[in-house]
Design a protein around this ligand. Structure first.
Ligand SMILES: [Zn+2]
Length: 101
């Protein structure tokens, strides 16, 4: 998907390389790291979301995969609030089992 790749890279630059959810610095998309950059659709493609620059943000793999690990994923906006609340409480640390997956 070359277009999505470009949107992801654009989002990465727009966000100064920081995750849209947890705001940590991301690794390049091809890095083997849980902080690697992934593309996140604000409106899921199955719900009609498009591959456009206002619908694609860059999120680290950890945030992206944690959101999709839920049976019913929170909306990006709700998940954003969730992540920020946990960070504020110091409870968004990276668990060991997420390293080097
Ligand atoms: Zn993140």
């Amino acid at each position: 998907m070359p277009k999505l790749k470009k949107l992801r890279d654009d989002a990465y630059n727009r966000q100064d390389g920081r995750c849209w959810y947890c705001s940590r610095l991301m690794s390049p998309a091809d890095a083997i790291s849980s902080s690697r950059c992934t593309a996140e659709h604000l409106l899921a493609r199955c719900e009609g979301g498009k591959n456009t620059s206002d619908n694609v943000v860059a999120a680290c793999w950890l945030c992206n995969s944690r959101r999709h690990r839920r049976k019913v994923p929170l909306s990006p906006e709700a998940y954003f609030i969730h992540v920020r609340a946990l960070i504020a409480k110091g409870r968004w640390s990276e668990p060991r089992w997420d390293n080097g997956f």
